[in-house]
Design a protein around this ligand. Sequence first.
Ligand code: FMN
Length: 426
Amino acid sequence: MQIVDNYRLKIGGRDYVPIMIGGMGVNISTSELALEACRLGGIGHISDAMVLVVTDRKFGTTFTRAKYEKHRRYQESIDKSAVKFDLEDLKQAQIMHVQRTMEKKRGSGAVFVNIMEKLTMSDPLPTLKTRLCAALDAGADGITLSAGLHTHSLGLMEGHPRFRDAMIGIIVSSLRALKVFLRGAQRLNRLPDYVVVEGPLAGGHLGFGLEWAEYDLGAIVKEVVSFLEAEDLKIPVIAAGGIFTGGDAVELLEYGAGGVQVATRFTVTRECGLPNEVKQQYFKALPEDVIVSSCSPTGYLIRLLGTSPCLGSNVKPNCEAFGYALSREGKCQYLDAYQQGLSDKVGAKLPIQEKICLCYHFSQYHCYTCGHNVYRLKDTSIVNEDGTYQLLSAEHVFKDYQFSVGDELCLPQRASKTGLGAVVGI
Ligand SMILES: Cc1cc2nc3c(=O)[nH]c(=O)nc-3n(C[C@H](O)[C@H](O)[C@H](O)COP(=O)(O)O)c2cc1C
């Protein structure tokens, strides 16, 4: 029987263990998590979602406060069109975030940055260009373009000296979306180095509508692989969404995928950025707790636990400090829902049911986004004496994907009483 370790992912002339840990914003896929994937010969992602907030927290900078101070006069105003990001601050934050991760790289793998187009940041193209180019300046091995069609993104990086050397890939959920991207890429003579095909069972925002359950990752992967073969395009396809065991991964590799991108299994590792109590919620999740909701102001569906504190919250938007989901015109679907709520029920405490404040709740880890298989995480660990589940190491989970046979799941060893060397990798 095949195991994942029998395969290698070839990107840009180099061989990797064919396991990518997907980007998880806001700082859920931490530098530590990405660096572990790299050390073990795979590919890890950091995410640049809310990068000013992340940098402030990690390195004590004050970018968010400065943005708030500059725009605080708009706090009571309905019109947020003047609330903009300072592009120089954005560049500095991105460079710090990425460079300080790259400086710690060890091993034969790579670290990529996940960059979501849907974070429109009140001025979509200039902010996106700043984020993309700063990630390249900072030495990122690669950039994974996500949450959008990215019709402009390659053009925004075209003048950068690393445009043709850094690895650039895109996440798509259909062949149609890939074709749109490839048309622009061919015009620039800059094809992607890899394509992540993300199916309907993934965590985070979904590239599908309400009929998501009718789609199947394996079928989309086969369709994309045969299209690329027919076009004689040698671009590796990386399958993502719902891949829970080494056996699941092997199945997709056998369909012609060059690698897999996985995320949910790493949400319960010590290196993951979620608070420990949230990791326990992920462990304890039941199938009926997992919902696919239209609550995200991005307009994409998002998968999350129904117990997430963000749902039905009426937090006052703080676009002056955050504003990552604002359009160029200063609009955000949560802002609209909030303002509508205020005018409907003057003075009353109003739960906003239909939308969530993405910025506030993601920055507070109140949105328990997860893949469909989150309820199986309890099968991947053991229960401590106090009833909590034992956190895993990223190495343990990575090697479980890499070496386990079929659907077997390797459990961690029980933590030692001394607390030293708590979990031993497989
Ligand atoms: C907690 C969490 C946060 C995520 N955040 C992002 C994100 O910020 N950007 C993105 O492109 N994908 C995001 N994803 C999707 C993953 O990168 C990955 O492609 C997908 O979840 C893989 O499926 P799996 O979780 O079933 O393994 C997220 C997934 C999870 C579980």
